[in-house]
Design a protein around this ligand. Structure first.
Ligand SMILES: Nc1ncnc2c1ncn2[C@@H]1O[C@H](COP(=O)(O)OP(=O)(O)O)[C@@H](O)[C@H]1O
Ligand SMILES: [Mg+2]
Length: 254
């Protein structure tokens, strides 16, 4: 294709502007603006109730904004798409609660995620192509669970389950990964491993990660956006935003 659109260089993988969302008169998202470049790794921080998860809900189509622009790759208006469409467009989300199937092995969980629409029966009994096997092995390696591939997921630590979950999202090859509080409940070592994993993924994907753990956010070495009461109050490196009066007041100083 040689249309103007196919030659267009993407400026923003995700672009939000003037976004508002109220729940029963309570303004959870207030004139929110966010601009994520292709391939960027961005950390979103902010106190409880700041609107971080609601922002993710709006990007993924789970929640419709009352007003404002929400765009994917500059030209796709996400407010006109539903949740299933948005996932198919290439925006993948990892929720706080794991969706790993504990009675299956690590390999089978990845196989199932790779199968996507093919369903559990296909995933369990269909013969995998060499390409599919290689893909599963590549992801196992990336999430550090290759040696454990034949074990049941129930035997994984909390941190390992989260990595499997990230692997299950990654194997579906989304362009953008949204990750909500991956380090919650992890040991310090697991937390640092998770930062490494997300940095790895961000080498050729855009990643937005919401997290409370400051050591984790520091290890990401990414640009940080601070949300408060549904708006961005600061943006920059962790050191830059941590030095801002308003941020100390509403978040770091608590
Ligand atoms: N579906 C909903 N109905 C009513 N209130 C909601 C709903 N979702 C979120 N909220 C409210 O919106 C605010 C932002 O919530 P949330 O986005 O979950 O914050 P965060 O993830 O930053 O902790 C909170 O005050 C929360 O209670
Ligand atoms: Mg949340």
């Amino acid at each position: 294709m040689t249309t103007a659109l196919s030659q267009h260089k993407v400026e923003s993988i995700l672009y939000l502007n003037g976004v508002n969302k109220s729940f029963d008169g309570f303004k959870a998202i207030n004139n929110l603006a966010l601009d994520i470049a292709p391939g960027e790794l961005r950390a979103i921080i902010g106190p409880n109730g700041a609107g971080k998860s609601t922002m993710m809900d709006i990007i993924t189509g789970k929640t419709k904004p009352d007003s404002g622009e929400v765009r994917f790759k500059d030209y796709i208006d996400l407010t006109k798409h539903d949740e299933a469409d948005i996932a198919n467009l290439g925006i993948g989300r990892k929720f706080q609660k794991p969706t790993v199937i504990e009675s299956l092995t690590i390999w089978q969980n990845l196989d199932l995620a790779l199968a996507g629409g093919r369903g559990i029966w296909q995933a369990m009994f269909a013969t995998l192509s060499g390409e599919q096997k290689a893909r599963i092995e590549q992801v196992l390696d990336m999430i550090g669970l290759y040696e454990k591939r034949a074990e049941l997921a129930v035997n994984l630590s909390h941190g390992q389950k989260q990595w499997l979950e990230i692997g299950m999202l990654f194997i579906q090859e989304p362009e953008v990964l949204l990750v909500d509080e991956p380090a919650g409940g992890m040991t310090d070592v697991e937390t640092m491993e998770t930062a490494r994993l997300l940095k790895d993924i961000s080498q050729n994907h855009s990643v937005i990660v919401v997290e409370h753990d400051m050591e984790f956010v520091r290890a990401l070495e990414s640009k940080v956006t601070v949300l408060h009461e549904g708006s961005v109050i600061a943006e920059g490196s962790l050191d830059q935003v941590s030095a801002q009066e308003r941020v100390i007041e509403v978040y770091l100083g608590r």
